[in-house]
Design a protein around this ligand. Structure first.
Ligand code: NAD
Ligand code: MG
Length: 396
């Protein structure tokens, strides 16, 4: 058998990173960990290095790197510790690497993910914010390098599985009418609107079906996650925003659907466990065991669907507007959302104010063209400054 594929896991200490390592560990003949990165939970990163013996580990700064390097040497490991964004880009682009799991949360993942794309790696894309921010440039880089881009987001992985292999010819050419993007509706789907001003970060993070990092959990509660996913779907599948319909499906069993012109609707179903899309993308076009138990349809018994309510979920409306405006709008939407969600998680703003911060930020700044990465980061920084000013104006 050929040598195991070398995998870099960016964001290894997070929810997606850990699920990825769980799948990889089930298939030591196929996959070997090349590099792991962590940002805060560095004790966990050490334990992961001991377990997976990567060639490299990446941490945010030099002091942390020295400590980790000492601990690794004491444990008898030859793992080399690298630092910061430069280290992340290095382990993404290294000639030995076959595939990169992009699982850093937020804008911080953009440069390392693009470094992997430019080096022509197979990209397992969890870090949706990277694609949302830089969509056109990201997809251009994918085409230029010939990188294989595989979606990890469960919905996009489902859509990918329901699309014909040659979907890159265009949705019309392959007979696709619409993409139906499913959403659970999150923990506040039925909460009385008046109570939303008083919900806590822990309530927002208590997702009914999925266990995830805190930022994406808040995004799921506000449905900004679905908004970001709408933009993500447009780039991945070359769709217009009007071709993507959001469907609330509280059981999270159907992970999304593709509607064809002949009336056929293909869906992908499964237990809500990220190891399924991760295993699917890792092994694509083959199939491997992910550790996920088989779906028990009799236990699920019923599947429900409803239309999203934009009064309850204003973030979904804001994201759709940004998708339609294109250019700098999605990067600004994403950055304002990152600031607003961090402030909500810190207890500085109330839950409904997340949408207000984003809307006020987008209204203050005209949409401009983004022709290069610098323009993307300029839009990102502008939105962070404006959202920060919102916080100071409101005494937060
Ligand atoms: P998480 O918060 O659990 O993990 C985030 C990872 O990123 C951690 O390893 C952390 O150390 C690292 N990180 C955070 N800030 C960083 C920075 N500034 N620089 C470098 N590294 C940094 O998040 P998660 O739930 O695993 O989500 C990761 C990504 O995957 C997000 O973009 C999310 O939208 C996407 N995603 C997650 C799920 C899920 O089920 N968790 C599903 C679909 C998509
Ligand atoms: Mg998703």
């Amino acid at each position: 058998m050929s040598r195991p594929q070398q995998i870099t896991v960016l964001g290894a200490t997070g929810s997606i990173g850990l699920s990825t390592l769980d799948v990889i560990a089930r298939h030591p003949d196929r996959y070997q960990v090349f590099a792991l990165s962590g940002f805060t939970r560095l004790r966990e990163l050490l334990a992961l290095c001991v377990r997976h013996t990567p060639r490299f580990a990446v941490v945010p700064e030099a002091g942390a790197a020295r400590m980790l390097q000492d601990d690794l040497s004491a444990a008898g490991l030859s793992t080399r510790v690298l630092v910061g964004e430069e280290g992340l880009c290095q382990v993404s682009a290294d000639a030995e690497v076959d595939a990169v799991m992009a699982a850093i949360v937020g804008a911080a993942g953009l440069r390392p993910t693009l470094a992997a794309v430019e080096a022509g790696k197979k990209i397992l894309l969890a870090n949706k914010e990277a694609l949302v921010m830089s969509g056109a440039l990201f997809m251009q880089a994918v085409r230029k390098s010939g990188s294989v881009l595989l979606p990890i987001d469960s919905e996009h992985n489902a859509i990918f599985q329901c699309m014909p292999r040659d979907f890159a010819r265009g949705l019309d050419a392959v007979g696709v009418r619409r993409i139906l993007l499913t959403a659970s509706g999150g923990p506040f789907r039925q909460t009385p609107l008046a109570e939303l001003a008083h919900v806590s970060p822990d309530q927002a993070c208590a997702h009914p079906n999925w266990s995830m990092g805190r930022k994406i959990s808040v995004d799921s509660a506000s449905m900004m996650n679905k908004g970001l996913e709408l933009i993500e779907a447009c780039w991945l599948f070359d769709a217009q925003p009007s071709q993507v319909e959001v469907v609330i499906h509280p059981q999270s069993v159907i992970h999304s659907l593709v509607d064809y012109v002949d009336g056929s609707v293909l869906a992908q179903l499964g237990n809500p466990d990220m190891r399924t899309p991760i295993a699917n993308a890792l092994a694509w076009p083959e199939r491997i065991d992910s550790g996920v138990p088989p779906l028990d349809l009799f236990a699920i018994a019923r599947l429900d669907f409803e239309a999203p309510d934009e009064e309850r979920f204003p973030c979904l409306r804001l994201a759709r507007q940004a998708a339609e405006a294109g250019n700098s709008a999605p990067a600004m939407l994403n950055a304002a959302n990152e600031v607003a969600v961090a402030a909500f998680l810190d207890g500085r703003v109330r839950y409904p104010e997340i949408a207000s911060i984003i809307e006020d930020t987008l209204n203050l700044e005209p949409v401009v063209a983004v022709d290069d990465l610098e323009a993307v980061f300029t839009a990102d920084t502008k939105a962070r400054v404006l959202a920060g000013q919102w916080l100071s104006r409101h005494g937060r």
